[in-house]
Ligand binder design. Structure first.
Ligand code: HEC
Ligand code: HEC
Length: 224
């Protein structure tokens, strides 16, 4: 009888404590890769139902992750994958908002558990710890490089509604992303996925510091 009771107690305890890894498998794995795919291809990227999360631990800031999972807002203006959400607009392609669905929401306990499970996911992704030096960047210079000189704004927004639609917005980078991840991604996007269509611009160290600094210092990203 005592054995039976303690087994019962154990069962109910595991049923109530949110198990992050289990939640990930049950509610997230159908849309997100949680481990590095054995092989990647442009087809895999274009048919993904959600962005890859297997290097989440290298990428996200915890506070942002916990908050976003409870109240998700759009990051990719064109969804994933944006070409599936285009309609013919008067002035070329536009995003058909009606085809974009809201993201699943978690309660606080589940969000915390899931965030911690995600932050434990690392890959050999080449995030150079301490690569970003944090020097102050002139916002005007940064914007000029992001927009005109290095062409980032063709795919990314550095303010709501300003910039391209095919990449994730970057105006919340400073609360969402780790600075060393931003630096490493800009340095060599194909190290994260050999087929990702962000071009490797072959940027030198001063450009990498300037662009990372510009994004990490954007004020719109300062609040979670
Ligand atoms: C039906 C598919 C689907 C399911 C299920 C789903 N997601 Fe997502 N998820 C998406 C899409 C699509 C995006 C991109 C949203 C955007 O960019 O606005 C996304 C974005 C994210 C992001 C931000 C990733 C980034 O790189 O910007 C995180 C974190 C995330 N999801 C976590 C989760 C977790 C945790 C679960 C399970 C509780 C989950 N998702 C379930 C489709 C899904
Ligand atoms: C042709 C389109 C394109 C151009 C141009 C481009 N990017 Fe990207 N960028 C992408 C895509 C696509 C991703 C990966 C999105 C994903 O994994 O969902 C990405 C990812 C990123 C990330 C990681 C963000 C995240 O949420 O994971 C950063 C930072 C970034 N780009 C910065 C830049 C900078 C700075 C430039 C200019 C030097 C630039 N990008 C130019 C398309 C582009």
């Amino acid at each position: 009888m005592r054995h039976f009771l303690s087994a019962l107690l154990l069962l109910s305890a595991t049923a109530f404590a949110a198990d992050g890894s289990q939640l990930l498998q049950q509610q997230c794995a159908q849309c997100h890769a949680l481990s590095a795919p054995p092989q990647t291809s442009i087809d895999r990227l274009w048919s993904r139902k959600g962005p890859d999360l297997y290097y989440a631990g290298d990428k996200f800031q915890r506070n942002w992750l916990v908050a976003w999972l409870q109240a998700p807002v759009r990051i990719r203006p064109g969804g994933e994958f944006y070409r599936h959400h285009l309609k013919d607009g008067a002035d070329g392609d536009a995003i058909d908002e009606t085809t974009l669905t809201p993201h699943v929401k978690l309660d606080k306990d589940s969000a915390v558990a899931v965030a911690d499970a995600l932050l434990a996911l690392h890959t050999p992704a080449p995030v150079e710890s301490g690569a970003y030096k944090g020097a102050a960047v002139s916002a005007t210079m940064g914007a000029m490089f992001f927009g005109k000189l290095r062409g980032c704004a063709a795919c990314h927004q550095d303010a709501p509604g300003k910039g391209g639609m095919s990449g994730p917005e970057l105006y919340t980078a400073s609360s969402r992303l780790n600075a060393d991840y931003v630096y490493s991604y800009i340095k060599h996007p194909q190290a994260f996925d050999a087929h990702v269509w962000m071009p490797d611009a072959g940027l030198g160290e001063s450009d990498l510091q300037r662009l990372t600094g510009y994004l990490m210092q954007l004020k719109s990203g300062a609040k979670p």
